[in-house]
Write a protein that binds this ligand. Structure first.
Ligand code: ADP
Ligand code: GN1
Ligand code: MG
Length: 354
């Protein structure tokens, strides 16, 4: 179905005049829908990857509850410009929160005008992002509706290792033999990297509503560098806060790219790390347990390790999960993440937070 036809199925205002690809996520496809009338909003049309988000209704219900809760709190605080401070779902004409065209699932959000996302940031932006993600967790702590797992075991390291071991055993793409060193690097860290799951089972770590995809480009800033809005709410679900802390460091505090071909460029930027931690703790310290705060630096290693395992598992499986831009992309991503992990390990002492 043509995108111009698709948008007709939603309760949008104005006349859609252009629909162009937007954003560079690894999972969904996004399109900016511009309308001709200056007083009408633009929209973001997204094709939901339903191979990954298998229960689209559950997914959209989660996001509906989350965005309504955030909106309610913004109103209570007397905030202005609320449509730029939370995502707004535009329902389909039949009242559903998505539209199924017989093949694909689609959703529409209000487009946040002037929102800018970065893949590389400054310490000042990192500090603001840290505060915003802390506020995000704090805001959702009392959400009355049940927020469900949109992808079961999403940040469960034990489960990710099981998937990895199955991929090694299955060797679907015949890639195991040339990558023994990576397999050994993953296995040698497996015991330490599953300690959060064990601590959770022993009742030492609580689950809270987390974002679970705190990539640096999932936060929108205004032109002055103030945080507007946290986006990409597909994976908001209960989890350990170390995950959200770690995923931001993995992406925002990397001096190179997530998939850098030049490993010399990949390392942890300590000033970004420290600024993010400072911002995050400013808004989150009041509700975090000492055990959670103590584990934050470990979270940076854990999420970098988890992403290494996830990219590499996908590589072994023959690239079935992440969008790739060239044949060995997932291997290149794996190597870059492993390099970042080693740097985080080497600088362990410098990562300790007070
Ligand atoms: P993906 O799951 O593919 O990462 P996102 O929901 O993160 O998709 O969207 C991709 C990018 O589009 C984001 O990084 C952000 O820069 C931008 N974006 C997302 N939602 C909006 C919105 N409502 N308005 C403006 N820009 C947005
Ligand atoms: C995916 O959709 P995007 O690009 O924000 C992935 C994250 C990974 C990330 C790696 C649902 O996020 O978990 O950390 O790629 N999302 C899903 O860059 O798997
Ligand atoms: Mg995203």
């Amino acid at each position: 179905m043509k995108h111009t036809d698709l948008i007709q199925h939603f309760r949008t205002a104005g006349t859609a005049v252009s629909i162009t690809p937007s954003g560079a996520g690894h999972i969904n496809d996004s399109f900016l829908v511009k309308t001709s009338e200056p007083d009408q909003p633009d929209y973001l049309l997204q094709r939901i990857n339903h191979q990954i988000f298998k229960d689209v209704e559950l997914l959209q219900n989660n996001i509906w509850h989350v965005t309504n809760h955030i909106r309610k709190k913004l109103i209570e605080k007397g905030e202005q410009d609320i449509d730029r401070k939370t995502l707004t779902i535009i329902p389909a004409k039949d009242g559903k929160l998505f539209y199924f065209d017989g093949e694909n699932y689609w959703r529409v959000y209000l487009f946040i005008q002037g929102g800018k996302s970065y893949d590389a940031i400054t310490p000042a932006l990192a500090y603001a992002a840290g505060k915003a993600f802390g506020e995000f967790q704090s805001c959702l702590a009392d959400i009355p509706e049940k927020i469900r797992q949109t992808i079961p075991n999403f940040h469960n390291m034990e489960f990710r290792l099981e998937q990895f071991r199955e991929a090694v055993a299955g060797d679907a793409a015949g890639r195991v033999k040339n990558n023994k060193e990576i397999i050994a690097a993953i296995e040698s860290r497996a015991d330490e990297m599953t300690k959060v799951e064990r601590a959770g089972r022993e009742g030492k770590l609580p689950k809270r509503i987390n974002h679970c995809d705190t990539k640096v480009n999932n936060i929108l800033f205004d032109e002055k560098g103030k945080v507007l809005c946290v986006v990409d709410l597909d994976t908001v679900m209960p989890g350990y806060v170390v995950s959200d802390f770690g995923d931001f460091i993995r992406t925002g505090a990397n001096t190179g790219a997530e998939d850098d071909a030049d490993l010399d460029r990949v390392s942890v930027d300590l000033s970004i790390y420290t600024s993010y931690a400072q911002g995050y703790l400013e808004t989150a310290r009041s509700f975090l347990l000492p055990a959670e705060i103590e584990l934050l630096p470990f979270g940076a290693r854990l999420l970098t390790y988890m992403q290494t395992v996830r990219f590499f598992t996908d590589y072994l499986n023959g690239d079935t999960y992440y969008k790739i831009r060239f044949p060995e992309h997932n291997l290149q991503r794996t190597r870059a993440q492993l390099k970042l992990l080693k740097d985080l390990e080497d600088r362990r002492e410098q990562l300790v937070l007070k």
